[in-house]
Design a binder for this molecule. Structure first.
Ligand SMILES: O=C(NO)[C@]12CC[C@H](CC1)C2
Ligand SMILES: [Ca+2]
Ligand SMILES: [Zn+2]
Length: 303
């Protein structure tokens, strides 16, 4: 049967109202966004980890409590799609219009979200450490940027290249949510205000190193977070903060996108990332801005 693009709205994780791009067919509305070539479809795992079904509704208003996870996964995926298209003319994570599939209500009390290599997956959190993880636009951007990275630099998810993968995902999480330098603040510890999972401006606040002399040589195993990819990302994250506070968002996002998509390679080290970003700044804006990038990395002990 034919699909018909239409619009509606839904209730977000935080209770606000989100506009939604929907499909109407066979007498019901579904979370299928047909408005651009990277179509977006959002599914509900209903707290299993093995089965899922398209999130649908009788009306165009997705306002029930259990629909909130899907509303924000769908809305934030479109927001991130639009960010990459509008800023860099990138058509979905593969730049070929790949569909973006999201699954919400994954597992029980699942305090995580991840890009599986094919789909976005979001837990509901346990209500104490996290609430529904699709509710944070910076987290959705973080995860979809892992997909972009997989199709471009291909950074290997361990040791320094893995910490760079984490950092680039946090950096584009910031660019999609530029009001603060925290990651995950909208869904982290719902009972506490003002905190976040990580800080780009002050990584040490959440027990991340912010200088090479604090690098954590952890084991390259799941228990060691693959060489500490989520802790050592504090070092390139701080270099990013040093850069963006000098160059501003518009120049910085173009420099970071160019480095990620043109210069970085799978085994890149922090030194390679510095060189890729300095080169990108030179290409785009000249020697003075490139020097600002170089200095940003000097300050975290990466040469
Ligand atoms: O850093 C991450 N993934 O690499 C997180 C962990 C909790 C939020 C969802 C996924 C961010
Ligand atoms: Ca944020
Ligand atoms: Zn990540």
């Amino acid at each position: 049967l034919k699909e018909t693009a239409t619009t509606g709205s839904g209730t977000a994780v935080n209770g606000s109202t989100r506009p939604l791009n929907l499909d109407f067919s066979k007498g019901k509305y579904s979370l299928i966004d047909l408005t651009h070539s990277g179509r977006i479809e959002t599914y509900d795992a209903k707290n299993t980890t093995t089965t899922y079904s398209l999130m649908t509704n009788k009306t165009k208003y997705f306002t029930s409590q259990t629909q909130r996870a899907g509303v924000d996964a769908h809305y934030n995926a479109d927001l991130v799609y639009d960010y990459y298209k509008n800023k860099f003319n990138r058509n979905s994570y593969d730049n070929l219009g790949a569909p973006i599939y999201s699954i919400v209500h994954y597992g029980v009390n699942y305090n995580n979200a991840f890009w599986s290599g094919e789909v976005m997956v979001y837990g509901d959190g346990d209500g104490s450490t996290f609430t529904t993880l699709s509710g944070a636009n910076d987290v959705v951007a973080h995860e979809l940027t892992h997909a972009v990275t997989d199709y471009t630099a291909g950074l290997i998810y361990e040791n320094q290249s893995g910490a760079l993968s984490e950092s680039f995902s946090d950096v584009f999480g910031y660019f999609v949510d530029p009001g603060d330098f925290l990651i995950g603040e909208d869904i982290y510890t719902p009972g506490i205000t003002g905190d976040g999972l990580r800080s780009l401006s002050n990584p040490e606040q959440y027990n991340q190193p912010a200088h090479m002399n604090q690098y954590r040589y952890l084991s390259n195993t799941e228990a060691g977070d693959y060489g500490g990819v989520h802790s050592n990302s504090g070092i390139p994250n701080k270099a990013f903060y040093n850069t963006v506070t000098q160059l501003g968002n518009s120049k910085s996002e173009q420099i970071y996108y160019r480095a990620l998509t043109l210069y970085l390679t799978p085994q890149a080290t922090f030194t390679d990332a510095r060189a890729a970003l300095v080169q990108s700044a030179t290409d785009l804006y000249g020697a003075a801005d490139a020097q600002i990038v170089a200095s940003a990395w000097d300050q975290v002990g990466v040469y």
